[in-house]
Each structure stands twice: as structure tokens, then as C-alpha cells.
Design a protein around this ligand. Structure first.
Ligand code: SF4
Length: 93
């Protein structure tokens, strides 16, 4: 619905200061809230081939609300503007 688009080969505009925090700290303490507060389903906790939990970032889906930049309990997510003119495009607004 947001007509979001990011070029496939650009660097991810969502990064983590410490990649271990989502699984090591946020998951046991808060059940990793990024799975629920992100309206675009960008953040997922999934099992890898070994059955271990991993934190996956689906940056292509981001609708630039910046909730994650504010709401992450560890302030661990860094949101920067993507390259070019990528992002949501609401044609009726
Ligand atoms: S900016 Fe909004 S849509 Fe994008 S990843 Fe963060 S919470 Fe999700």
C-alpha cells in the first residue's frame, strides 16, 4: 500500500550497533519487541539451519516511520536515509 521501493543493491539503511543484542538481550527480556512494533514486518526472529535463533532485517520493506530508531529498548538500531529516492510513495496524500 505504501509503494515502497529501495534499489536491491544498495547498502541496508537499517543497521545494528551490536548485532548480538537482539537475540542475547532483547529476546529473553522483551521477546524482541521489534517483531511487533515495526508496522512493515522488517524485523523477524527466525531459526537458522542449526535451529538457532537469528535476527533478520528485511530492510526492503521499511516504510520510514522511524519507530525502531526511537523504540528499541537498547537504542541499538540505527536508521539512516536510504540512497536515491527510495522509500514509500503514497500517491493519494
Ligand atoms: S523505520 Fe518503521 S518501518 Fe522502517 S524498520 Fe523501522 S519501524 Fe519498521
Amino acid at each position: 500500500m505504501s509503494n515502497t521501493n529501495h534499489e536491491e543493491d544498495q547498502p541496508c539503511h537499517l543497521t545494528l550497533k551490536d548485532a548480538s543484542i537482539p537475540i542475547a538481550r532483547n529476546l529473553p527480556l522483551y521477546d524482541e519487541p521489534a517483531q511487533r512494533y515495526c508496522p512493515a514486518g522488517v524485523y523477524e526472529v527466525i531459526d537458522n539451519a542449526k535451529g538457532e535463533k537469528i535476527f533478520q532485517i528485511n530492510g526492503q520493506n521499511c516504510v520510514h516511520c522511524k519507530t525502531c530508531d526511537i523504540k528499541d529498548p537498547a537504542q541499538n538500531i540505527i536508521w539512516v536515509a536510504p540512497e536515491g529516492a527510495g522509500g514509500p510513495n503514497y500517491p493519494n496524500m
